[in-house]
Design a protein around this ligand. Structure first.
Ligand SMILES: [Zn+2]
Length: 95
């Protein structure tokens, strides 16, 4: 084993560790505090305290990884539903 391949293996292990921890964080804590309002859900505006538009006053937003996961899950679900409908249509035509 050369030094270069050892460094590559260490780099790969480090990247996988960071990715794994981020995926775990997205699964355990899908929301993070909204940066613009600091997680308070409001800000001072004209006429007093107003709800934050970025987080709709919740003070929380979905993590990027969780948004990507949700989009992927939604697309997979839509594909499955389309396939099922196509199968049903084929069955109807076969009768
Ligand atoms: Zn906010």
């Amino acid at each position: 084993m050369t030094l270069s391949s050892l460094i590559d293996a260490a780099l790969f292990a480090c990247t996988m560790s960071i990715t794994g921890r981020y995926i775990l964080a997205c699964w355990l804590y899908p929301f993070k505090p909204h940066k613009r309002c600091g997680g308070t859900g409001g800000h001072r505006g004209m006429g007093g305290i107003r709800l934050c538009h970025g987080c709709d006053g919740t003070g929380r937003v979905l993590r990027l990884g969780r948004r990507l996961h949700n989009a992927y899950t939604r697309v997979r679900h839509d594909i499955r539903v389309d396939r099922r409908r196509a199968q049903d249509r084929r069955r109807e035509l076969d009768r």
